[in-house]
Structure formats: C-alpha cells, structure tokens
Design a binder for this molecule. Sequence first.
Ligand code: IVH
Length: 680
Amino acid sequence: MAPMSKALAARAAELRALLQHHAHRYYVLDSPEVPDAEYDRLFQELQALETDHPDLRTPDSPTQRVIGRVLPGLVSVTHAVPMLSIRTETDTTAGGAQEFDKKIRSALDLSVDAPPVEYAAELKFDGLAINLRYEHGVLVQAATRGDGETGEDVTHNIRTIGQIPLRLLGEAPPLIEIRGEVYMRRDDFERLNAHQREKGGKTFINPRNTAAGAVRQLDSRSLADKKLSFFAYGLGDSLGWKQPDTHSATLDAIGAFGLPVNAERAVVRGATGLVEFHERIAAKRDALPFDIDGVVYKVNDVALQKRLGFVTREPRWAVAHKYPAQEQMTRLNDIEIQVGRTGKLTPVAKLEPVFVGGTTVSNATLHNLFELRRKGVRVGDQVIVRRAGDVIPEVVGRVPRERAAYVPNFRMPRSCPVCGSRVAREKGGIDHRCSGGLFCAAQRKQALLHFAGRRAMDIEGLGDKLVDQLVDGGLIRTLPELYRLGVAKLAALERMAEKSAANLVAALEKSKGTTLARFLYALGIRQVGEATAKDLARHFGALDRIMDASIEQLLEVPDVGPVVAQSIRLFFEQPHNREVVEQLRASGVHWEEHDGAATDASPRPLSGKTLVLTGTLPTLSRDEAKALIEAAGGKAAGSVSKNTDYVVAGDDAGSKLDKARELGVPVLDEAGLRALLAAP
Ligand code: IVH
C-alpha cells in the first residue's frame, strides 16, 4: 500500500473506533461525551473518506448500519412496519431545501415547466421516536425505535405521559399505530435542573437526553419528577383504516384521535415554499418552548410517496433539514466571577468563541461552585456549551480527556472581586454571596438595571453602559438618586449628548406613573418576582399595608409561602429600605391604590370578564388601567373578539373601537370603567 493510502486507512480505522465509542455512549448509555455536532463531523469525515476510497469501507463501519441496541431488561418488540430514519441535509442554508426539491423532481421525472411539488413541512423535534399501538382505540403498546426493526417495550413509562391518550377519541379502527417524538419542554427541563441544583443533585445535560433516558428506565417511578411531552408526526401499521390522501390530512386525522400534533406545520409548494418555511422557523426557533434541531420536509401526496419509495432504510420522499447545533465543543480559557443583584457570585466560563445555536458565544454560566466541581471542569479543558432559546448559554460538561498538565481546582474567592467585602455561604446553602449589599458597585449596578427594566419601572434608555458610567462615576449610590439626575449632570458624562440626556430625564419622569405591582417588583426584594408582586398588589391594594404586614398576613396571599413571606418581612424591616421607598415616593413615583381586601373570598367585580383597552385615557396610563382590571379579577386582552365583554376607549382609539362597534361589544370611557370597578 502506498504511504498515502496507509495513512488514510489508519484514519478510517481511528474514525470507526471513535464513532463506535461515541455511539455506544449516546444510544446505549444515554450519556454522550461529545455534542451531536462533533459526532456528525466525525461521521461525515468517515463517509467522505469511504466515498473517495470505497476499498476502505468495511462491513462493520458505522456508516453501514443503523445503530441502536436493545438494553437487557426491557423486552424487545419487532415493529410490524419498520421504523425508518430520514436522510439528513446538513447544509443549513437555503441550499439544503433546494437540493431536496431538485432530487424529488428528478426522481418523479418532472419537466422544468411542470407545476411545483406540494410538501408538508414540519418541525424536527429533538427527542426520542416512539411507536404507539392502539387496538380498538386502546393503547396496548409503546415501543422505541431501536434499530428500526426491533425496539424496546416502554409502555409502562409512556403511560405516564399525560398528553398521550390511553384511549383514542372518536371512532377508532381495529388497529392503528401512531408514531411521533417524546420530548421535554425547555421550561420543564429548566425546572427539573433548578430543582436538582437546589438540592445539590446532579443536573441533566439537555432535554433530549433527559427524555430519552427517562423513557428507557426500567422503573417508571423515576419519571415522577420529569414531565415529558409528545408530538405525533406519522403512521405505522394499520388495519381497517383508510388513510387520507395526503400526509397533512393524515396528521389532521391523528389530531382528531386526540394526539398532540404540532401546529407549526404548513403545506408549501416547491423549493421556494420550503426555503420560506425553513427561514420562518429559524427566526422563531429561540422562542419555541422546546428544542428542535431542524425541519422536516415530506412529499405531501401519499400516492407520490409510494411512487418514490425507499433507498436502503430511508424514504426518498422525506428529508431532515438541519439548523446550527445548540451544543458545541470549545476550550475553557478561564473562569471569572460575576456578582449579581443579590450579591450571588456566579462562576462564568470564558470560552474560545464558538458558534452555537445561531450565535457566537464566548461566555457561559457555570451556575455555582458545586455544579462546577461536579462537572469537573478546569481551565484548559474541552467543554460542551449549550445555548438553546432565551436561556443563557451554559457549560453542561467536559469532554473526558487527559490533561496535558496539572491544573488546580477552581476556588471561590474569599472576598468580593468588585468591592472586597467578605464572601459567605449560607449554612447548607449552595450559593456564595458578597456581603457588601448596596455598598458593592456590582450589586448597585444590577439593582439599578433591575429597577429600570422593562417589566419594572420601564425607564427607557437606562442600559448597562450608562449604569456603569453612573455608578463608576459616583453619580448614583442609591435608587432615589436616579430621580435627582438633571440634564446638566447627565450631559457632562462622556459620550452623552444634550439630546440623549434630555431623553433620559423625560423617560425618568414618565416612569414615575407606575403600578404598585411594578414598583414592588422593581425594588428587587429577594423571592419577589413579577407574579408575586402582582399577587401582593392585588391582595393588599396599598404599599403601606404590605410594608407593615405580618408573616401571617403575608401568608394569606395566594402562592406566598414561608420563604417568600420571610424575605418580604426582612426587606421592610430594614430602615434603609423604608427610607428608599419614602424617598422614591417623595420624588413623585406614584400609583393607584385600592382598599385591598380583594381577599379572594369576596367576589370581584370583573371576575370572568375580558376587557380590551384602546386609545389614551384621561388620567390612567395603560398599565394602571390594566392593573386595576386585573385587581378586580378581570382580564385585559389585546384584541377584540366576540368573547370581549367591554372595550374601554380613550382618545385616538383606532381599529379596536371599530371592531367593538361591528361586533356590538359595549364601549366604556374611563368613568365607565371606574364605575364598573366600584360595583359591589
Ligand atoms: S418522520 C419515514 N417527522 O427524526 C419518516 N421524524 O430519522 C420517519 N423526527 O428519530 C420520520 N421530528 O424521531 C419525522 N416531524 C418529524 C420528526 C421526525 C423528529 C425524528 C424521528 C427520527 C428522526 C428521523
């Protein structure tokens, strides 16, 4: 053998061994060491090598079979109809979609001027494929895909998923198999991990592995704390059922049987339609409540699907078109400490910049010392970074690999890196905190940013750069000082023009008219998030009553438990916090108060009513009106429909008022709203 091909043969063997190792970790142990993107890269390198040099291909190469093994312990199931996989288009640009359409047109022998092909476009859910077998409408078996021919019986676990009907709705055929993906929503995943973190347990890597791991547990009790979800996307075997003519109609029928079918699907025409869908979903990807790793295109016409048939184990009529991966591998260059609003010290990973989930990431959270230790990461390691949705990027683990040199374990500093105050950890607690309070510039900055936030006082233009300048320049030490900033003082700041200084002063002025709930939230009391602030405002109606409330009285508020009550009490017991509140009120911050005792036993005047606000009211701001409606038990909706009970219109009311008239919805002015609110 020539030296060149010898080197190539060695590389192919190395790739096969690596892929085998990673595939075992992934499929059998549910515990991958490297991100999927890394696996894909190795797989593609091997595939390319084998294509260029077919003699390097071996029968045991991972490119030659579908991986997946039945675990000892679960009973294996032979699928009546094999569970195929789909070809993946890894070109994440529009080209991927065009390529698929081209292949379909040529396989169908369509001439250039033949009309565009109709496709069903769907999301590619990132979970575990499951076959649900219903006999006479009753769920009799749920099985994993396994190697496509033989899977595992996981009925005991699948039965715990509330979204999966145990009996189909409507008239069910003697036999129907429905296929789809079991997955975990991001919020359910975050909740699970937050809970694990709280109790100092091991956190899970990502929703996909967690869902896959849970489904294959022998004991379904381990699913108790893991909420799983399901989307149907296809059919398996059936008897006595006439499948509709198109894939999209088939999914409609599956939906009518009571199975969840994702609404984010479309029937599109030709390559243009596919590209549009791919782009539309890409723009939405972060806002979806669950992970997707791409979209799937399927020829919609079932007769055409049959004509196109299969190549090895993949249908010719479907393709998965990927998006950039949400997990990547990169080097951990350093670990820095960030001090948050409540003084919490968070270790932050400084990374070799890496493109993940659609953006370049160079910082990622490591949460806390305990988690960092459990993950065993040290500076210089190759780590796995995950960025999905709006969740901040995090380091989920390290790639086990020998370290070239000894690197000491990371330690938390004993004093705050920003203000030098002592760092302490509550007994039995997980978090390290700076004890400097508002003396600490980092905490002051965060407190200001929180106060100014969109959901708090909503001070437009007060962003982190400006806050840095204000705090570092010594212009602001306490929150009330914010309202004493004049145009002159602001305009003296670097990079601050007269005009923007005036804008900020105007924004500050505007923020003074607020709601009790926003004000409470803005104070940044520990444990008091937006929802709790709303509950408190609704229950007590006035700030003084909250400031003076006893623990017992606070516990009367729905959803307020001992920890929250304690924290509110503690906050208002501090004289300096009361002082801050007084000064803010003195500088003109105001809101509407009510008698409170909107105790939940007393009927509320607007309970069950939906109101829509439009135009400018004479004295109430939009937020104030909304808060009053909510405090009275009503709902403030954004658009008018036949379910709207009242439209409250002010000056310059537009199309919503027209719509109300058209539908015959009663229209009120501010006085009318106040009369409704005052009703017994
Ligand atoms: S269709 C014959 N549709 O992606 C076509 N699969 O290899 C069979 N997946 O693990 C699959 N979302 O579980 C299809 N909307 C979707 C999907 C989807 C996710 C998964 C499937 C399988 C892999 C395809």
